[in-house]
Design a protein around this ligand. Sequence first.
Ligand code: ADE
Length: 253
Amino acid sequence: MTLGIVAALHEEIADLLAEMAPGARVESIGMRDYHVGKLHGHDCVIVLARIGKVAAAATTTALIHRFDVDEIVFTGLAGGLAHGLSVGDVVIADTLVQHDMDASPLFPRYEIPLLGCATFGTAPALRDALVQAARDWLTDEMAAQVSSTWRDEWQTGTPRVHVGQIASGDRFVSSAQEVDRLRNALPEALAVEMEGAAVAQVCHEYGIPFAVMRTLSDAADDAAHVDFARFLREVASRYSHGILHRFLTAKAA
Ligand code: ADE
C-alpha cells in the first residue's frame, strides 16, 4: 500500500521531507522531484506539485502512473470562506468543486464538461482518519509545536477541525469583494485554494481514493497575501507534519 503525499509549496511539506530523507530516493519526472521512501513504516511518495490546477493534475497523474500509489492525500493551506472559521482551523474536504469552471451555456456552471459532475467526493475512510488525526494533534501537540506568538494572535482557543466543501481555482483570492462573490456563488464552500479539486478530478477518473486537508492561513480578504506569507513561513509545515504523523501512526496501529 503506497500513499502519495502532495503539496503546492515546499514550506507545506518541509518537515515531512526531512523526516523521510534518510533512506529515501528521489526520482525526477516532468520537472518535479518524487521522494520515495518510508514514513512510520509506510511506503510513501512525497512530491511538491507547485501551485495551480494544472500542476496538481500533472503531479497526480504521475503519482498514479509512475509510482502506482494506492491513495493520495493533499496537504497545505487555504483561505477561509465560511463565516465563523478562523486562521489556524483545519478544513478537511468532503467534496471539492472547481470554482473557475464555467462552460455555460454549453454545460451547467461548475460541471466538468463531458464528465457529467461538478463536485468530487473524498474517500470516507481517509477523510475520517484525517479528521481524527487533526483533532488529536490540535488537542495534544499543537501548543508545543506552534509558537505562542501565533497562538496568542488566534485568541479563539484551540483551533477546530471542519469537514465540508473546498473550492479550488487558478486564482489567489485576496479581496473582500471576491470572497463575497465566492461565498454567494458557492454557499456550501468552507475554504478556497488552488489545487484540491484538480487532484480530485484525476483521482475520480482513475478510481484512486484521495483526501484533501487544508489549514486556514488567511480569510481570502484584502490582507490575504500578507497573512498567507507569514503563516506559510512559520506554521504550515508544523501542521502538515504533525497531522500526517498522527494519521500514519494510527494507520500502523
Ligand atoms: N491558499 C491559501 N490562501 C488562499 C487564498 N486566499 N486563495 C487561494 N488559495 C489560497
